[in-house]
Design a protein around this ligand. Structure first.
Ligand code: TXA
Ligand code: MG
Length: 356
């Protein structure tokens, strides 16, 4: 298959003509696949109500068929076409956070095919705020099922070039709208129980949700790999976001203890003939004595860290390192989402730096 690459202005409006968007909308209407930018990561879109189209998504990504897709809508009225038993709290969250990086899970309508929901009787719905995503849904008139546009198991794409790396020749079109503002996937909240539960942390934090609807729970699997705490979002159980090298997260009481610990491990690995990388925050970066040091941003600037995380992990793949040591981040606010993705990328390998 020849994948069409097209650049789109990331601030497209309803009135503007855009040939690329119209071509993309047409492909979707005919059951084809289009990768497009959203404010979180690039999505791989297909018609959510078309069984064949959603099957193609799984095939293109090499994704296990029990891992359900998120359906993207452009107007709240479309929620009812997908979901049943929508609680009042969901409308209040939608009022505040849609369009934006929030996905909610509901009981599904019969019209939503099993191939889209991975056989579940629930459906995940989100209204993206990225103008290109919005316009694509609007112009195609289609409810777009879209997982992240990476090959299954790889870090999610935050640039069109990442999508091309993974899916060129396997999908019909890639819309290039530049980089993604948040860089990690949407917050997922299960709205089907008594108390809403965060299944995947993201930019919209538990506290932000609670400010609108009161108590919200955090799924126990979010920062744990313990078997009895298996996450309820099926996709969260797979090895994920993984760079090619083996990665470790290093926690410590102080920056100096972390630096010392990492430098010691780097030396040991190098002595064994390995190439080693460090994922560092800005102020510590110069202190590392590794083969490759990639700076992710200022430790306090969690939006920058989340925006650059996957890009940095992909960059390590081009550096040919055998091991990556990563600093860790505070498990508060957006930090929870960052640590959730880092932990998965590292296969939950965490090292405690000795205190000094
Ligand atoms: O930000 C995002 O959400 C991006 C952009 C493209 O919108 N999409 C995304 O999709 O991250 P994906 O497929 O990579 O991740 C979807 C996650 C998976 O972990 C999946 O298991 C979970 O959502 N999910 C989908 N439907 C579900 C359902 N009915 N119940 C529980 N989890 C569900
Ligand atoms: Mg994904």
């Amino acid at each position: 298959m020849n994948t069409i690459m097209a650049t789109v202005k990331s601030c497209i409006t309803e009135e503007e003509p855009s040939e690329a968007l119209d071509v993309a909308a047409d492909i979707l209407k005919k059951g084809g696949l289009v990768a497009f930018p959203t404010e979180t990561v690039y999505g791989l879109g297909g018609d959510a109500l078309n069984t064949e189209a959603s099957k193609k998504i799984y095939a293109a990504k090499g994704r296990p068929s029990d891992n359900p897709l998120i359906v993207h809508i452009a107007k709240e009225a479309d929620l009812k076409r997908l979901a049943r038993e929508i609680p009042d709290a969901a409308y209040r969250l939608a009022d505040v956070f849609w369009p934006g990086p929030l996905t909610m899970i509901f009981q599904k309508q019969p019209a939503v095919p099993d191939s889209t929901t991975g056989g579940l009787d629930t459906v995940a719905v989100r209204m993206p705020s990225h103008p290109v995503a919005y316009e694509l849904i609007r112009r195609s008139g289609i409810l777009i099922a879209a997982p992240s546009a990476n090959a299954s198991g790889r870090p999610s794409p935050t640039l069109a070039a990442h999508v091309r790396e993974d899916l060129d020749g396997r999908i019909d079109m890639i819309l290039d709208g530049g980089d993604c503002r948040y860089g990690i996937e949407s917050t997922i909240v299960d709205m089907t129980g008594e108390v809403p539960v965060v299944l995947r942390p993201g930019y919209i934090t538990k506290e932000m949700l609670e400010n609108v609807i009161g108590p919200v729970e955090m799924d126990a699997g979010v920062l744990s790999d313990r078997l009895h705490e298996r996450p309820k979002a099926p996709g969260m159980k797979y090895t994920h976001y993984a760079p090619k090298a083996t990665m470790y997260i290093v926690e410590g009481e102080s920056p100096n203890s972390v630096i010392r610990c990492i430098n010691r491990m780097v030396k040991e690995r190098q002595a064994a003939g390995c190439r080693v990388g460090v994922l560092a925050t800005r102020y510590n970066a110069l202190a590392y004595e590794a083969d490759e040091v990639i700076v992710i941003g200022d430790k306090e600037d969690t939006l920058m860290i989340s925006a650059k995380l996957y890009r940095c992990l992909r960059e390590f793949d081009t550096k040919d390192v055998d091991y990556i040591y990563a600093e860790s981040f505070a498990n508060t606010g957006l930090g929870t989402a960052i640590m959730n993705r880092l932990m998965k990328a590292a296969g939950h390998r965490v090292i405690q730096a000795p205190s000094i």
